[in-house]
Design a protein around this ligand. Sequence first.
Ligand code: FAD
Ligand code: MG
Length: 601
Amino acid sequence: MPISPGGMSVFFRSIEWSHSFCRSRLFSSQPSKSSWFWNRRALLLLAAGSGGLMVLADAALSQELNPAEGSDKDLNKKKVLVLGTGWAGTSFLKNLDCSKYNVQVVSPRNYFAFTPLLPSVTCGTVEARSISEPIRKIVKRKEEDVSFWEAECSEIDSKQKKIFCCSNIDNSKDKENFALDYDYLIIAVGAKSNTFNTPGVDKYCHFLKEVEDAQRIRGSIVDCFERGSLPHLSNEERERILHFVVVGGGPTGIEFAAELHDFIHDDLLKLYPSLKEFVKITVVQSGDHILNMFDQRISDFAENKFQRDGIEIKTGCRVVEVTDKYINMKEKQSGATLSISYGMIVWSTGIGTRPVISQFMKQIGQTDRRVLATDEWLRVKGCDDVYALGDCATIEQRKIMEDISYIFKIADKDNSGTLTVKEFKDVIEDIRMRYPQIDLYLEREHMKNAAKLLEGTAENAHGQTIQLNIEQFKTAISRVDSQMKALPATAQVAAQQGTYLARCFNRMDISAAEPEGPLRFTGTGRHRFRPFLYKHLGQFAPLGGEQTAAQLPGDWVSIGHSSQWLWYSVYASKQVSWRTRVLVVFDWTKRVIFGRDSSGM
Ligand code: FAD
Ligand code: MG
């Protein structure tokens, strides 16, 4: 049966539907006063749902390390060892059926931190403890036994299936070293801040990556105000001390700058009114615009809002050195050097590789890379039974053009050298599952191009079915690989990968008999699992003054107070426990009633 040009479009209609649903339900342009009220209530109602998390452990090792734990471990179960208690590791543990494995968790941090609220912690809008949940508490919610070791993995030996750890609980004492073995290793250690080896950054700048960083920044801001109000200072020195510089115009840097502006103007200047004329915030960005990963409307709005708020934005400037009092920059266009004095700098220019990952990459031959390369099933390339997810890894999506001849051969069931519409239809679902870039291509190029892709198999003007030979097939598919893009380093990706991998592990025993993945175009049979498929649910950029920009799938943009309410409800709903959810909402309420706390503790 011939396919009409729009024959493959059911899938796209579903995407369109979900976009229009979001548009109509959540972002109906300017709401009236009454709908604004109901929207608020609806959004608050959205703030629900969460879960627990959990881990198991290897009996022998558990007992050796901690005799109190793991006495009833089933030694026949495979050992799953999870590195990291961030977004990816926690999401994996929460969704894993821990009754099927002996699970151990190793992380230098014995809690999960809700990183999207870290900028709020820097200014005391939210307290650090409100966004952190002890990992032992999360894993306790599961009924199975799980072991947690507060330690850092210092080396991975994938040949011996062993990791080496170093516990440094009390910094003043000697480090405790120990080794653990595994059947499956889940690497979810995240990333560290990237300084691009810029001199002075490590010594003089604050980073905003961990809860401790946010707490240090909070103390430093208040210190700057106290120092700036000392009686003996010249005005020039006061200006320097009260100059806050944010390096990096991405979402984290911009959110911090906006929070800082609100903290200074809503709270601090009420207590230090004489310092008003000396305070300044500057954002330094190497690109031409801030928030350049967002829609241009958001980037423009943010730039205009910052200008109105008196936050200076220096675009096209690269920091080349930081000294105790100055930041030296180079203007990209003119090549001129520029030096500005500062009182405090927050460095937020992206992420770099953790040493344990760099070392592991060398060991498995993944050199000259920033993150671990995995396949579409999150398996680390070049070793067995090792998985990596979140910020420390990237999926290397296989190009469809590499396999095009195999695909054609499998699709051409009658070996006629051409594909009929039916032959094409029989394999298209498997092709889409194996090479998700096809869907991205069709989504981005919209429906008319979806039709074009199938032009060769459509009916001609006389109602006759056109058949494709391999060259025509190649031409139809040739642009698809251009849509391949690395996934962003976000909590959203990390959490979805954790959930996906846990599901694969939960189905490990049944998947051999009942494979659910696509056809193996370069082999026989089917893949055991579907490849990981990321579903982008949207992105927020809080801009201060109770205004947030939201960009939802389908490039739907909403900016203003209504998105701020959406931001509140989404972030409350995504909390890992009811305790943190209640505390966060309580902190927001407390801030409205009493303002932020400006004591320098
Ligand atoms: P992480 O969450 O960083 O977790 C890594 C874990 O590994 C930690 O528990 C760490 O202690 C542990 N670890 C580190 N080294 C070792 C080792 N050697 N051995 C064992 N364990 C180790 N994303 C969004 O989607 N939306 C946002 O609004 C957002 N806002 C952000 C705001 C800030 C300030 C920051 C810093 C990030 C933000 N992100 C946001 C990004 C998001 O936090 C990361 O993408 C996400 O945390 C990645 O998850 P992960 O599990 O890979 O790493
Ligand atoms: Mg054929």
